[in-house]
Ligand binder design. Structure first.
Ligand code: GAL
Length: 362
């Protein structure tokens, strides 16, 4: 196969060949920039409609310039052992990797569904490595914070009044219907992201309560466990695919509605503290009606702080192809700003010179 010529721009939605000329296979991905190299971790999908089942694992690619990616192999392998959490045929989604300075290890968390159980397990999985590209060793999978109430939980949240059973569904969710149900065994964890703050505290932000409420869980100093401090974000608002970034001391989020592999209108939000309160900023997409209602036919997966350009960010989304999962495409677009809100516009082709210093932004 012919090797790729050097790429100098992004072409969202097109086939994106790696150094071997093969379309990059790292869906639901995230980036880690470490010692001048960028590493793109994502779901290795198979072909055909069952291609979303994990039969390989988490794929990793490396790049110096974000345009040209070298296949660096499988960072986390599925297991061939029957009954193993990562048994081939399970679901591994949205892997994200962060670096722990204290232990000098690379920490991967991901969404795990057990083989043959659909999306019922709703667990988060942990794998670690002392080398950035792996191999990562699987540690465990859990539902976070079993037996722990969120920070500041009211008595009404813990023990609802009898009349709470008559609430409409959304009000019942907000009042803690699913949170209480899952209190003993741990809170559900599906679509997820990781965020490391300037003080090196790290957080797992994850779709919980039947995908109706996001949960923010603080990680321990080694990033391998939960501290027990957690909170609810946008309770009852059905956010998936969360991605968090920080600009000028404020925290921003891009997320999606819950429509499976079909795209939907993105949402955005802002907060002065990662703990909230979070304020919804609406749909960040600008363009045609279709662009706005489908997020340019994509669903968010990560927001990349542009290396060397503080305060500039790239939106990374997936254009899913459920009939042939490995053919899913990547929608990377620059984040622009309008009256303090992050916005996305379509570019057929663009490059990092978009982020020249003092570009018109608020
Ligand atoms: C989406 C989710 C994906 C995947 C899919 C399965 O809503 O964002 O990561 O879980 O549902 O249908």
């Amino acid at each position: 196969m012919a090797l790729q010529t050097t790429r100098t721009s992004f072409t969202p939605g097109e086939v994106w060949p790696d150094d071997q000329g093969i379309h990059i296979n790292a869906h639901g991905g995230g980036l880690l920039c470490h010692e001048g190299m960028h590493y793109w971790f994502g779901e290795h999908k198979g072909s055909g409609p069952k291609g979303h089942l994990a039969e390989v694992g988490v794929h990793v690619y490396a790049s110096r310039d974000l345009y040209n990616w070298k296949d660096s192999g499988i960072a986390l392998q599925v297991s061939l052992e029957t009954g193993h959490d990562l048994e081939s045929g399970c679901v591994i989604e949205r892997p994200k990797v962060i670096y722990n300075r204290k232990t000098r290890t690379f920490i991967m968390w991901f969404h795990l569904e057990l083989k043959g159980k659909g999306y019922d397990a709703a667990r988060t999985g942990l794998a670690v490595s002392d080398k950035v590209a792996g191999p990562y060793q699987f540690v465990r999978s859990v539902r976070p914070n079993a037996g722990v109430w969120p920070v500041g939980a009211t008595e009404a949240l813990k023990h609802p009044a009898a009349s709470a059973s008559e609430l409409a569904e959304r009000d019942a969710v907000v009042a803690g219907k699913y949170l209480r149900r899952d209190f003993p065994g741990g809170q559900m964890s599906r679509d997820m992201t990781l965020f490391v703050d300037d003080d090196e505290k790290a957080y797992l932000l994850t779709a919980s309560e039947n995908n109706q409420t996001l949960h923010l869980h603080e990680l321990t100093d080694d990033y391998r466990d939960f501290t027990g401090r957690w909170t609810r974000v946008f309770a009852g608002d059905s956010n998936e695919a969360p991605a968090v970034f920080k600009k000028d001391g404020k925290y921003y989020m891009i997320s999606s509605d819950c429509t499976g592999w079909r795209p939907n209108p993105a949402r955005s939000g802002v907060a002065d503290s990662i703990w909230g309160p979070w304020t919804a900023l609406g749909n960040p997409c600008r363009g045609t009606e279709k662009d706005i209602s489908t997020t340019f036919e994509s669903q968010s997966t990560y927001v990349l702080p542009v290396p060397g350009h503080p305060g500039e960010f790239v939106y990374m989304g997936d254009r899913w192809r459920p009939d042939n999962a490995s053919d899913g495409r990547y929608i990377w677009l620059p984040i622009e700003w309008e009256e303090g809100k992050p916005v996305l516009r379509w570019y057929e082709t663009w490059d990092l010179s978009q982020f020249i210093p003092n570009r018109l932004s608020d």
